[in-house]
Write a protein that binds this ligand. Sequence first.
Ligand SMILES: [Zn+2]
Length: 87
Amino acid sequence: MACGRARAATQRVRRAARGPVLQRLRTEETPAVFELQCVRRLETSSLRDSLAAAQAWALRHAGREPAHPQFSELARRYRVVTGGGGP
Ligand SMILES: [Zn+2]
């Protein structure tokens, strides 16, 4: 398959010319995770596998603690660098 080898070589050259790229890592082992933190006393929802689950925790928390209505949101999405000529 000379054609396939030539195409792979061309892709390597293009990648090298553009430099490394940071891309989302989309595998079952690396799903995005979310956390909401009460800004009043820094309690957290802990990491949840959906934003809706973290938001549900925040609503329950604010319901129990009416003086704690503000939260900060953390979203962790895994990424990988490709095309950088790494190991
Ligand atoms: Zn709180």
